[in-house]
Design a protein around this ligand. Structure first.
Ligand SMILES: Cc1cc2nc3c(=O)[nH]c(=O)nc-3n(C[C@H](O)[C@H](O)[C@H](O)COP(=O)(O)OP(=O)(O)OC[C@H]3O[C@@H](n4cnc5c(N)ncnc54)[C@H](O)[C@@H]3O)c2cc1C
Length: 437
């Protein structure tokens, strides 16, 4: 399997994105209004949101490269909702606030689309919707649950997901695996690293600064307001306000943040381009299923199949990831047994125990946005908008968000507990699959 080596990036996205570099930061004396730490979607969306509200003096500081984290490695699904299930949101918050938070995620899908168009970001966008598939084909209960989910979303969140019957699914996909499906039409999929790079370029084009290889190493409040920041390579700067958006990759800084989220891995691979006869997918939709650790996959414009799945506390070598995901793919499409896997990689999501984003202000002028989980493309954009409103317009964050605070995750113990609960959920799905036939 010709996977990554030193001269070949593991990620398909890194291999196919334009080679755009941003300068590092050197010396001392830089003065900023807002320093945004983390060049993933949360940091970039916040910086761009601030600029769109007229704020100048904004910089993004990224430890590695723009999109190095989850944002440049993900499945590329852009859809509404959060990692926390919509039913749980309703139970937690009641109808008004739950609907408000859910609506923000749907508006964010529109804002991403709008930014792609406004800045002419070439990011392989496919307006195909997202199709949720019933893995438990023979189970009447599972089909009823899918219908109930559709009715629930329409009734409580005003979201219309179209029912797709099993015959239509079979028509679109050369697989015996699935039963019926639910289509979220307003969703799309894209090349996330190209989008991240395009957004970073838009920030620079509008007078903002984007610095790579610029890891925040230390941060201190200044007497009289604002912050002094030091980077790992000896540069320092001052900023009136700071936003920390380091996702699952933030380490060693601000234990209030790192102690409130678990870095959890998920895996992705890309096949060689599929010839017309081999291609089993005749829908432009992004595809996923209704298990806990679901497969998520999509056909890309160059006819490669991008396949993601698994959720684990372990990051693994590309060869092992390819082996695991290939086995998953063959459960659905055994006819792809001879297809080469050309890229395999992992990425770290950041998860709070409550599975909702953590967005807020740690102390005056020190903001954070993290824990977007595995459903973060639109929610990071929600965070960017909310933080930009709060920082620039002094608009309070939605009260509903404060319910999902910085709850401790208990470090290694938390990881062990998470792994145990994942294994249990996977076992439950396996038993259900066996019962469904
Ligand atoms: C494999 C995978 C598949 C996924 N698929 C989907 C999907 O299809 N759809 C969806 O909605 N969501 C998906 N997600 C989730 C989504 O990608 C994330 O929720 C989202 O990208 C998180 O963005 P972020 O900006 O918070 O974090 P990240 O993208 O991880 O960015 C954090 C950045 O901060 C930087 N950083 C850390 N510490 C410092 C420091 N001290 N100084 C400077 N910079 C620092 C890191 O280098 C990193 O670049 C997926 C996630 C993964 C891992």
């Amino acid at each position: 399997m010709p996977l990554a080596n030193d001269s070949k990036p593991a990620s398909y996205y890194a291999a196919t994105a334009p080679k755009i570099q941003f300068s590092s930061l050197a010396g001392t004396g830089t003065q900023l209004e807002v320093a945004v730490v983390g060049g993933g979607f949360a940091g970039l969306a916040t910086a761009r949101g601030l600029q769109e509200r007229g704020m100048r003096g904004v910089a993004v500081l990224e430890a590695m490269r723009i999109g190095h984290g989850a944002s440049g490695r993900n499945g590329g699904f852009v859809f509404g909702g959060y990692s926390r299930d919509a039913r749980e949101l309703l139970l937690d918050l009641g109808p008004g606030p739950a609907r408000e938070l859910y609506a923000l995620s749907r508006s964010a899908v529109g804002l991403i689309r709008d930014r792609i168009q406004r800045h002419a970001i070439d990011c392989d966008r496919i307006e195909g919707g997202a199709l949720l598939l019933n893995w438990f084909r023979g189970s009447a209960r599972a089909s009823a649950e899918m219908q109930a989910q559709r009715d629930f979303l329409r009734e409580h969140f005003g979201t219309v997901w179209d029912e797709v019957d099993a015959a239509q699914v079979r028509d679109w996909l050369d697989s015996e695996r699935y039963g019926c499906g639910l289509m979220e039409r307003d969703a799309f999929h894209f090349h996330p690293l190209k989008y991240a790079l395009g957004l970073a370029q838009a920030i620079e084009a509008d007078g903002g600064r984007v610095h790579e290889h610029c890891a925040l190493a230390r941060l201190e409040p200044k007497a009289g307001g604002g912050f002094r920041l030091w980077t790992g390579n000896g540069a320092s700067l001052e900023a009136q306000q700071v936003v920390i958006a380091g996702g699952g990759y933030l380490q060693g800084l601000l234990p209030e943040l790192t102690g409130a989220r678990l870095p959890i891995a998920t895996y992705v691979m890309a096949t060689e381009p599929l010839s017309g006869a081999l291609n089993p997918i005749r829908t432009p939709a992004a595809l996923y299923d209704n298990r806990f650790a679901f497969d998520y996959y999509r056909l890309m414009p160059d006819r490669r199949l991008l396949w993601g799945g698994r959720i684990s506390t372990l990051e693994r070598a590309p060869e092992r990831i390819a082996e695991l995901l290939r086995a998953d793919m063959l459960k659905v499409y055994p006819q792809l047994a001879g297809v080469r896997i050309e890229h395999a990689w992992s990425g770290l999501m950041s998860y709070a125990r409550h599975k909702m984003p953590q967005i807020g202000e740690l102390s005056p002028g020190l903001w954070f946005a993290q824990a977007f989980g595995g459903h973060g493309v639109a929610p990071t954009t929600v965070a960017g908008e909310l933080l930009a409103d709060a920082i620039h317009g002094r608009k309070p964050l939605p009260a509903a968000l404060s319910r999902y605070g910085l709850t401790p995750v208990f470090g290694k113990l938390g990881l062990l507990a998470a792994q145990a609960s994942y294994s249990w959920a996977e076992l439950r799905d396996a038993l259900r699959e066996r019962a469904a036939g």
